[in-house]
Design a protein around this ligand. Structure first.
Ligand code: UDP
Length: 261
């Protein structure tokens, strides 16, 4: 498969065309951004880890029947995915209250929710991804009722699966963000999971110590982001226990791969 021209560049990923009009290549950058792009940095090796972690989670979700855009990982930083029409909504799923909801509603940090809570944010950087209600989605036709009902069912299954998967490796799934897209399947629109699922888009706390193993290490200047993401990858069994992956090692690995192509 040949990589074509750049179609879109986002904060953490780039999308390239391919020779197949239905498929694109998703490239994971090392750029880290937070607070609506006000805080920026490059963290060497982050893209490599997110590519592997997201591949692992999405392929496991396929195995339980959650359709998603992943076709296959190509190399250290790239994966082939289905081209979808992204629904312009960020679906936030919360099991424990932390981050923006605690400030917005005055909820104590770490409050365990009785049921998973789904929040909707409009995907619009210029507006700072504002929180919206389900009624806004229908009023402005960002998605229809049927689509949102399907998405909600998928979200609850994804959440159940991921809570169990992470619990098994000593990690609490606090909250995460999902995106969905439309694809044509035999002339009919179908909704599939898109984007990425990684420590950039989830909050992951160590079950015993509550140590943050996610992008909050960058947001809150806690440092050691690469060791935390590496820890998640190792516990998932993606990286072997003995491989001491540091930012430098990850970069070396990615350049070795490039040379060997
Ligand atoms: N999230 C994300 N991208 C966004 C906004 C949120 O991946 O543009 C994820 C975030 O990593 C966290 C969850 O969604 O796992 C809930 O985020 P919250 O609204 O608390 O965001 P904050 O403003 O605290 O970053």
């Amino acid at each position: 498969m040949k990589k074509g021209k750049k179609l879109y560049e986002g904060k953490a990923k780039i999308i390239y065309a391919t020779t197949d009009k239905n498929l694109v290549i998703q490239y994971f950058k090392d750029d880290a951004t937070a607070f609506n792009n006000q805080k920026k940095s490059i963290i060497e090796g982050k893209g490599v880890l997110n590519n592997r972690i997201s591949e692992y989670i999405l392929s496991n979700l396929s195995q339980i029947g959650i359709k998603n855009h992943l076709i296959k990982r190509l190399n250290m930083r790239e994966q082939v995915i289905k081209l979808v029409e992204i629904i312009p909504i960020e679906f936030i799923v919360r099991n424990v209250a932390t981050g923006s909801i605690t400030k917005r509603l005055g909820i104590e940090d770490g409050t365990v929710l009785k049921e998973p809570l789904i929040e909707y944010c409009l995907k619009n950087d210029a507006l700072g991804d504002p929180l919206i209600s389900e009624e806004h989605i229908y009023a402005f036709e960002w998605a229809n009722k049927n689509e949102i009902e399907k998405v909600k069912k998928m979200i609850l299954r994804i959440n159940d699966f991921m809570i169990g998967m992470f619990r098994g490796i000593g990690i609490k799934l606090i909250d995460f963000k999902l995106e969905f897209g439309r694809v044509k399947n035999n002339g009919k629109n179908e909704i599939i999971l898109a984007d990425e699922i990684s420590p950039d888009t989830c909050r992951l706390w160590d079950s015993l110590t509550d140590k943050k193993l996610d992008k909050d290490r960058f947001r809150k200047d806690l440092g050691d982001l690469i060791p935390a993401y590496t820890e998640v990858a190792k516990r998932l069994g993606i990286l072997h226990e003995q491989s001491n992956v540091t930012a430098v090692n990850v970069t070396k690995l990615s350049s070795v791969k490039k040379k060997s192509k």
